[in-house]
Ligand binder design. Structure first.
Ligand SMILES: *Cc1c(COP(=O)(O)O)cnc(C)c1O
Length: 230
C-alpha cells in the first residue's frame, strides 16, 4: 500500500475511535513519525495534507529538514536528547516531546534562537516505571514542570509517554488513564497544558479512548522500519 493509502486508513481509524469514544474527530491530532524514512515518503504524506512530522534521530532528521521544499511543516523531536545536541534541536524543531531533565530544559531555552517563538515542550513521563526507560516519575513531574514553566524560550504544553510494550490491554489502559489524570493535575497550575502525546500504531484506539490529544504514528503510515541508524 502507498503512503497516501496508509495515511487515509490511519485517519479513518482515528475518526472511528473518536466516534466510539464520543469525542470530536478534530480533538486528536496526528503526528506522522517519519524517522528513518526518506523525504520522498514524507512529501507523499504532505501532499495529502499532513503537516506535523516526528523525528528521533537528529542527523537523519536534519537532512530531511534541510532538503524539504516546504516552509509550513511542523517538526517534532521525539527522540532521546543528548546535551551536545540541544542547540541543533532548539534551532530546527518547533516541538520537543521527550524532555525529562532540568539541564536539557535550560540548554534548550538558552539556545532557542531569539527570532523563533518559544519551543513547545511536553515532559516525558515514565508511566510504566521501567527502570531503564526515559521519563520522569509522577513524583518528579511537578518539580520539572515548575522549572520549565519559568524558562523564557520554552512553552510547557503537556505530557508525553511511551508505555511499556507487550502488556495486557488492561495494563496499557491503566497507564493512559494515569497520564490523563496527571495532565488534569498539571492543568490546575498551568492551564496552557492541553497536549497529551500518547498512542502509537499498536494502541492508538486505546489512547483515544483515554483522552490522548496527539497520536504518534510511524509504522502504520510509512511501513516497518529497519533497525535504527548508527
Ligand atoms: C517510533 C516512535 C513512534 C511511532 O511508533 P510506531 O509504532 O511505528 O507507530 C512513536 N513515538 C515515539 C517516541 C517513537 O520513537
Amino acid at each position: 500500500m502507498s503512503v497516501s493509502e496508509q495515511l487515509q486508513q490511519v485517519r479513518q481509524r482515528i475518526a472511528n475511535a473518536c466516534q466510539s469514544a464520543g469525542r470530536e474527530p478534530h480533538s486528536v491530532e496526528l503526528l506522522a513519525v517519519s524517522k528513518t524514512k526518506p523525504l520522498s515518503m514524507l512529501l507523499e504524506a504532505y501532499d495529502q495534507g499532513q503537516r506535523q512530522f516526528g523525528e528521533n534521530y537528529l542527523q537523519d532528521a536534519l537532512e530531511k529538514i534541510e532538503a524539504n521544499p516546504h516552509d509550513d511543516i511542523i517538526w517534532h523531536f521525539i527522540g532521546a536528547i543528548q546535551s551536545n545536541k540541544t542547540k541543533t534541536i532548539a534551532e530546527n524543531f518547533a516541538w520537543v516531546h521527550t524532555l525529562e531533565r532540568e539541564k536539557i530544559a535550560r540548554r534548550l531555552s538558552e539556545q532557542r534562537p531569539a527570532h523563533l517563538p518559544p519551543l513547545k515542550v511536553c515532559i516525558q513521563v515514565n508511566i510504566s516505571e521501567e527502570t531503564a526507560k526515559s521519563g520522569v516519575s509522577l513524583a518528579e513531574l511537578p518539580n520539572l514542570a515548575a522549572i520549565v514553566n519559568e524558562l523564557p524560550k520554552l512553552e510547557l504544553v503537556g505530557l508525553m509517554c511511551i508505555p511499556a510494550a507487550q502488556q495486557t490491554e488492561a495494563v496499557q489502559r491503566q497507564a493512559f488513564v494515569a497520564m490523563a489524570a496527571a495532565l488534569r493535575q498539571l492543568q490546575q497550575h498551568y492551564p496552557q497544558c492541553q497536549t497529551l502525546s500518547m498512542g502509537m500504531s499498536g494502541d492508538l484506539e486505546l489512547a483515544i479512548d483515554e483522552g490522548t490529544t496527539m497520536v504518534r504514528i510511524g509504522t502504520d503510515i510509512f511501513g516497518a522500519r529497519a533497525p535504527k541508524p548508527a
